[in-house]
Design a protein. Sequence first.
Length: 58
Amino acid sequence: MAVPKRKMSRANTRTRRSAWKADLTQLDNLKVAGREIRVPRRLAKAYKKGLLSVDDLD
């Protein structure tokens, strides 16, 4: 495990932490049951196969 050699200032610590940002989920446009919906990319195949229903979104 990495161990710092010296103390990091509070300003540097907060700057480093605030620089990290999560990415938005990638959405795909799908046509399911005659409706165009936007679903997360990782769930697109499940909607196409019918494992998830469009009613679950509402």
